[in-house]
Design a protein around this ligand. Sequence first.
Ligand SMILES: [Zn+2]
Length: 445
Amino acid sequence: MKKYTHAWLAMMAMKRIEKAKIPARQSDDAKALITWFKNYRDFVLSGAWYPDSVFKDMTPSHIVKYEPDTSAPEGATASFRVMPPTLQLYQYGLRSDMYGKPFLLNKRHNLCDRCESFTESLIDSFKILTMENEGSPIIPSNNHIAMRFFILSHYIADGHMPLHCDARSFYNDNEVHAFIEDVWDQQVRASYFIDDDNERFFYDPEGYPLKQPEMSELMQYVEEEVETREFVWSWGSGCGNTWDYMSGITQYSYLMSYRLVPADHVPSEISKNLYMESAAFREHFFEYSKVILGDAVESIAKVWLHAWVRYRDWFRGTELAYFKEQQKKADKDLKNANKTITNYPADKQKQAGKVEDARKAVASKQADYDKALAKGGATERKAEALAKAQEKLADARETLAQLEADYKEAESSLENLKALLLAAQIQVKRKEAEIKRYADSNSGI
Ligand SMILES: [Zn+2]
């Protein structure tokens, strides 16, 4: 697909997340994603084109090539993934003659892996952004992450272009492929106001591509689908993550390719002109284009929102863990203060006894020393013993003073510690209640 088609699909996906009826469990997160996106969108739209303009990893990463397995025994079957019913590629695929028939997959191509790893790295980047302090040299910028959302949209969109999933090699270096993508790009460009100087769309007041008064029927159709198609959260019962989902998409994209360019043509002979004269083009091209572009928007929106919700779930869990830790600490501090207060009378009495004992010991050592001195004998050892006893007395008095100080501090901080614990408990309860709102065992994240 070409530059404006890619950028437009990404913008339509954003619009879908904002305008479609998102299931209650994800609707708050969807709103938050759009708010975040709108802050960073302007500088990053070029991301949707980055894989073609800079990475240039067309082979192996923009394609997954399938072909019918002609060596399979008669009547052999292959399993295709079960996808969400709202996907039109899936519905068309189920009605295809080739559905369930064995196919070969070129293992060198890794579009699905690329989509999966981008999804995971988006989530990782948000986690790093959350955990790192401002100014940290390893912190990713929001602009950078937003750009990676758009880069991801490119690979997802490419998986919907049927010829990216079809191993047939067509006339003159895929002339038909380029022609189809040209038609789409021309229609996008004709349907919106384009800021040619800055190579981007002009925007409407809501921040989406500004529509021309006369739009192509195809773009009109997708714009309508964006708002009205039911938003199914699940990946489909045959899929559990971006990789599975994109693997399913590319299977049905392969089946769609045989409708777009039927097998009764010899691939190496189908020139652009021949294709334009074919019934497949004249009678069905518009219909198939609706399916392809409508589903591309659907898939980009789905993968983006799944990544974002996974980050948000992690964030809520991390916050809860932090609040619980605070609660535990506040609880411990309060318990310690109470213990100090409760034990104080007994501890004080015990320590006062020790002081008294030490005082008696000093008196006794003093008497010993005085006696030795009076006798005129050696006093050195007696003096040493006396000094030790005096030291012990000083220590015992100090401990007694400390006990009193601790008691006074515990008593004066008691109300404060109670308030801190209560505040921590409230935070934990609130966060738990918030997370409960999002708890949904059927969400299939
Ligand atoms: Zn591409």
